[in-house]
Structure formats: structure tokens, C-alpha cells
Write a protein that binds this ligand. Structure first.
Ligand SMILES: Nc1ncnc2c1ncn2[C@@H]1O[C@H](COP(=O)(O)OP(=O)(O)O)[C@@H](O)[C@H]1O
Ligand SMILES: [Mg+2]
Length: 368
């Protein structure tokens, strides 16, 4: 898929902007703090209905009442129009081909893969960042995953509220939520395991392409619920239930739900060694690049559509070899938006458009 056209209104520093990007390469350059990332954010918002930094409401241009984005995505055999807007009070409205909530049936619209400098934190940062990667970056393709996770989070929030309220009240009442916690939690776990089963080999392969022979990437899902090695949701629910019962006293004391998919982690290994402890900066960069590559390939395998790639200020951060890998991969008919203050010469000889964002507007420069 690719983005044919995007119209942006009152989005960050853009009052009004209309862009018809190149089908492959779009290079967005200019000084800092003038709106390069803001533009990528608008493409992301059109594709996924949310921002990747701060609250969704933050995207509304200062002094405006609402932000809106209209985008036309070209899929294999159709064009899809997305209209997404958010108003001051936080209310969002997303229309797909004019219909509300059509998004469930349009997995193609979710094909946005973003790579930003913060993503390096995925490897060594807090477990929450790795769970976000699974939930937001990988799980987003599957409506069932999103719905199940949503239900689990709702039950978890109710249960934690009661635990926090404490006293006899808490103890008596959490039992109302336990069964749903185990059930939805087990479904989330089951779906995560299936998702990662597809994802791991792709990431492993991409890593070996990037780093060459000699280094093998390993990954392991570390669950706080002891799993008996199956992805079967019913079996996992049994495991979760059994352990949940044992934990209940401790949870009343700690006032939080201490096990479940919301506490799990993903660990990366290189040649069997835990990357959190032993990984060099270069290795971390290669792993993140491999994760993003695998994410793109998985999306393609699952939907038959090539995703759109957004590279926010990461290209020049990579060394020559990794830049080459990325540029080669992009060359494969993947629509790409790259922001960078420098480096447009990297793409000489390739077809594409260059945009200059200099605070006096968003200007299309010469074709590359
Ligand atoms: N809601 C908003 N309304 C208007 N301007 C905003 C809003 N949010 C951020 N900005 C402005 O956007 C600019 C940063 O844009 P950004 O795209 O992050 O820059 P860069 O070109 O470095 O990627 C800042 O000047 C900031 O003041
Ligand atoms: Mg930026």
C-alpha cells in the first residue's frame, strides 16, 4: 500500500497542508523544530488513529479547536479514504470510506511501521516498552488481539481499583473480576505466543542479514504466569487460575495484580548472552533494525500489502553498513518517509521527492 495524498488541518504547527507523496521515497529535510516529525506523525495518525508521542490531544494546533487529517491510501485493488479528527475535549472520530468504525475490516490501513530514535530503548529499557512493541507494533494487525487486550485491560483496571481501595471491601470484591482476568489474560497470552512464533524467525533472519554470520539472535517471552509450554488458551487459563489463587493474599497486601500479561517481558540474546547486560550499542541498533524489518515482513505476509515506512531521524544515526541495509530494503517498492536534517545525497540515483520544511511552509523541491 502507499499514501497517495494527505490533507492536514490544524495538526501541530500545520494550519493547512496538502501533500501528494512519491510512491517510494520521500525525504523530508530542514532545520530542527520546524515540523518534520509533525508531518510523519500526521501520516501515522491517518494510518493508526493515534499519535506516537504524548496524548492524542496534543496534536491539535495551538489555538485551534480540532485537528483533522484526510488521507487516501492506495491498496492492491482499491483506494481507501481515511478521515481522522480529534477535538479539544479529546473526542476522536475516524471514518473509513465515510463509515465509522470501518477500520476493523481494513487491516491494510494499519500498515505503518515507524522507526524513531527512542526505539533503541526497546532492547534495554523497561519491560513496558517491550510489551508496547508486542501490543502496538505487532498486535495492531489483528483486530482480535486489540479487542482481547482492551477487555483484559478493563478488567485489570477494575480489579486494581478494588485492590487499591483495600480493606475487606477489596478482598471480597476482587473475586468478581478474577475469572475474567484469567480468561482474557489467557487469551492475550495465547495470541501473544502465536504472534511471537511467527515473528521470532523473521527477526532472527533479519538480524543475520544485518550482522552477517557468527551472531545469532535469540528471543524469549518471559511470562509471569508459569506456562506449561502450550499456546492453548484454556490450558493457560488453568495455569493462570491456579497461580492467581496462590497470589491473592499477596496481592491484597501489595494492592495490585502481580501476575499476568501486563507484567511480562521479552528478552533478547546474542549467541545465548542476555543483551540487556552484554549488548553493545551497535548490537542494540542492529536488533532494533531487525525487529522493524521483521515487523514489515510479517505485515506483508499477513495482509499481502507492503507497509509504509516512517524513519524519524534514524537514518544518519546508523553506520554505513546498516544504512545500506535499510536503503536496500526500502528500494523494494516500499513507500518511505525519511526525516533528516542532512544526508539527502544518500539517495542520489533513486526516484523520489524531497521536501523542505523551513518554518515558511512545506515545500516540494526537485525530484531526487
Ligand atoms: N500542538 C501544536 N501546535 C502548534 N505547534 C506545535 C504543536 N506541537 C508542537 N508544535 C511545534 O512543532 C515544532 C516541532 O516540530 P517537529 O516536527 O517535532 O520538529 P522537527 O522538524 O525537528 O522534527 C515546535 O516548534 C513546536 O513548537
Ligand atoms: Mg523531529
Amino acid at each position: 500500500m502507499y499514501l497517495k495524498e494527505i490533507r492536514i488541518m490544524d495538526f501541530r504547527n500545520y494550519a493547512n497542508l496538502r501533500v501528494q507523496p512519491h510512491q517510494e521515497l520521500n525525504f523530508i529535510t530542514g532545520p530542527n523544530a520546524r515540523g518534520k516529525t509533525n508531518f510523519l506523525e500526521s501520516v501515522f495518525f491517518a494510518g493508526l488513529g493515534r499519535t506516537f508521542r504524548g496524548h492524542d490531544r496534543d496534536i491539535i494546533r495551538w489555538d485551534a479547536n480540532r485537528a483533522s487529517v484526510q488521507a487516501f491510501f492506495s491498496l492492491a485493488d482499491s483506494t481507501v479514504e481515511v478521515k481522522a479528527e480529534i477535538a479539544n475535549e479529546g473526542k476522536k472520530k475516524i471514518l473509513i470510506n465515510g463509515a465509522e468504525n470501518g477500520r476493523q475490516d481494513m487491516p491494510g490501513c494499519f500498515g505503518i511501521v515507524l522507526f524513531k530514535p527512542d526505539d533503541l530503548q526497546i532492547i534495554k529499557g523497561s519491560p513496558g516498552l517491550r510489551r508496547d512493541f508486542i501490543d502496538n507494533d505487532l498486535g495492531v494487525i489483528e483486530p482480535l488481539y486489540r479487542d482481547t487486550l482492551y477487555k483484559y485491560r478493563r478488567v485489570l483496571a477494575h480489579r486494581n481499583n478494588l485492590l487499591r481501595a483495600g480493606g475487606d471491601m477489596g478482598g471480597e470484591n476482587i473475586s468478581i473480576w478474577n475469572e475474567q482476568l484469567y480468561l482474557y489474560g489467557a487469551q492475550v497470552l495465547s495470541l501473544r505466543i502465536r504472534l511471537l512464533k511467527k515473528f521470532f524467525p523473521l527477526a532472527k533472519k533479519a538480524y543475520s542479514e544485518i550482522s552477517g554470520a557468527g551472531e545469532e539472535l535469540g528471543m524469549r517471552y518471559l511470562s509471569t504466569v508459569k506456562l506449561s509450554g502450550t499456546a492453548d488458551a484454556e490450558q493457560i487459563a488453568k495455569d493462570f487460575r491456579a497461580e492467581g489463587k496462590v497470589r491473592e493474599r499477596e496481592e491484597l497486601y501489595k494492592k495490585q495484580t502481580t501476575i499476568g500479561p501486563h507484567r511480562d517481558d521479552l528478552v533478547f540474546y546474542l549467541n545465548g548472552k542476555d543483551v540487556r547486560q552484554f549488548g553493545s550499542q551497535g548490537q542494540v541498533r542492529s536488533i532494533v533494525l531487525a525487529l522493524k524489518t521483521a515487523q514489515m515482513r510479517m505485515f506483508y505476509h499477513d495482509t499481502g500489502e507492503k507497509p509504509i515506512l516512517l524513519l524519524d531521524d534514524v537514518l544518519m544515526e546508523l553506520d554505513e553498513a546498516r544504512q545500506h541495509y535499510l536503503v536496500d530494503m526500502i528500494g523494494d517498492q516500499i513507500q518511505t518517509f525519511i526525516t533528516s536534517a542532512t544526508g539527502k545525497e544518500k539517495f542520489s540515483g533513486q526516484q523520489g521527492k524531497i521536501y523542505l520544511v523551513d518554518g515558511f511552509g512545506f515545500k516540494e523541491l526537485e525530484e531526487v
